[in-house]
Ligand binder design. Structure first.
Ligand code: PGA
Length: 255
């Protein structure tokens, strides 16, 4: 499948940033700059902003950054897929490296969350990525393979076709160091091949593979030019409406 057949996805991840007032001010500045983009624009926002962003962000898919796998119950401080849906979310990030490393989430738990999200009609964006130490030890593919295998265990063809995957090398997140387009493409091609071996090439060709880790206006084009990079997941650079607008309109940026 050609790249053109998969939509280019530009997803922002606000992490633990912004109040409702700040979100409204961001959207007021962003909306006129979205223009006629052919990209699919997503914003993963804190729970408290889901309704505000859903109601005020025209042309933007609103989603969350995490959830519990249970539908309800005695889990103080947690939130369920049904609650996210109720608040306006259409997708949810699962297994972001900050969840895996700071909050010790395992791929087995992420797998349960993937099923719960899909059961509620939320699209999971499953995040994977190696640490610097793992890369230096030559274990990158082994780590990615294990994270894919365990996080996506038992998914049907239809379920994987309703999901996205984000490759985010941990050493590139929030550090200003981006993987080179070649390094990112190599791992995306590896993920695509793994998906094809498990669900067939036509399914693998349908699943958007996003790259994340210090994506900025000056590197987005060279990343998106790679044949297996279908979109980006952007943290820091998604917090400013002007910079995020440049990313959405990346085709007009000078290389
Ligand atoms: P960054 O974050 O763009 O600030 O590196 C990416 C992410 O954590 O999704």
């Amino acid at each position: 499948m050609s790249l053109a057949a998969r939509p280019v996805v530009i997803a922002g991840n606000w992490k633990m940033n912004k109040t409702n007032r700040e979100a409204l001010s961001f959207l007021a500045k962003l909306t006129p700059q979205i223009g006629n983009t052919s990209c699919q624009v997503l914003l993963a926002v804190p729970f408290t902003l889901l309704q505000t962003v859903k109601n005020n962000a025209l042309g933007v898919m609103t989603g969350a950054q995490n959830m519990h796998d249970a539908a309800e119950g005695a889990y103080t401080g947690e939130i369920s897929a049904g609650m996210l849906k109720d608040a306006g979310a259409l997708f949810v990030l699962l297994g972001h490296s900050e969840r895996r490393h700071l909050f010790h989430e395992s791929s087995a738990w992420i797998n349960k969350k993937v099923f719960s999200a899909l059961a509620e009609g939320l699209m999971p964006i499953v995040c994977i990525g190696e640490t610097l130490q793992e890369r230096e030890q030559g274990k990158t593919k082994e780590i990615l393979e294990a994270q894919l295998r365990e996080s996506l265990d038992r998914l049907s063809k239809e379920q994987i076709e309703n999901s996205m995957i984000a490759y985010e090398p941990v050493w590139a997140i929030g550090t200003g160091v981006t993987a080179t387009p070649q390094q990112a493409q190599e791992m995306h091609a590896f993920c695509r091949k793994w998906l094809a071996e498990k669900w067939g090439q036509s399914t693998a060709d349908l699943v958007p593979l996003l790259y994340g880790g210090s994506v900025k206006p000056d590197n987005i084009r060279s990343l998106l030019e790679q044949s297996d990079i279908d979109g980006v997941l952007v943290g820091g650079a998604s917090l400013s409406p002007d910079i995020f607008a440049q990313l959405i309109n990346y085709q007009t940026l000078k290389v």
